[in-house]
Ligand binder design. Sequence first.
Ligand code: SF4
Length: 195
Amino acid sequence: MPSSVETLQKELAACRLCQHSFSHEPRPMIWGHASAPVMLIGQAPSRRVHETGKPFNDMSGRRLRNWLALNEEQFWNKDFLYISAMGHCFPGKALKGGGDNKPPKVCSETWMPRLLESFQPQLYLLVGSYAAQYFFPKKKLSELVFEELSIRHKPAFVLPHPSPLNQKWFKDYPEFEQARIYDIRAVLQQWQPLQ
Ligand code: SF4
């Protein structure tokens, strides 16, 4: 008998709600096991992630792994991190600005409540402003990054998006990389499997 998480993941993998708004076939990114103690919620897969089926398998992921002090094996350990996103499929390239389109709102509206009901992580990591706004809609990312937060009575941290396009934010808030990230690492390490 499949667990509710397995059923949810199968339904999500088959989702084609955005078929008509994308110029490519949707490929929902699903990564992690129900038992993972940490739930990381990002923005949406990049084209490279779309092509490889591996979350954060790009420049953003390299910076994120450095921030979190995780090597590739640790980061992609499905029993450690459950990696979700506000948009589960690559949303296409934006016409302006060099980035990608926004994650389609229908994705978080459809799937996030069910994901949150199905998983009981011990720690939440929200990466980027779309995830931050979903959980904390009245606050700015630059405030949330430095606050002690909780989701469903578990600790939560907000991180800026690690995209190379976000250089200005990194320069404007050097205290994130100089100090705050060490707080996040310390909590994250409590849930890391022993090597
Ligand atoms: S982005 Fe989300 S809602 Fe849209 S097709 Fe992919 S999984 Fe479905």
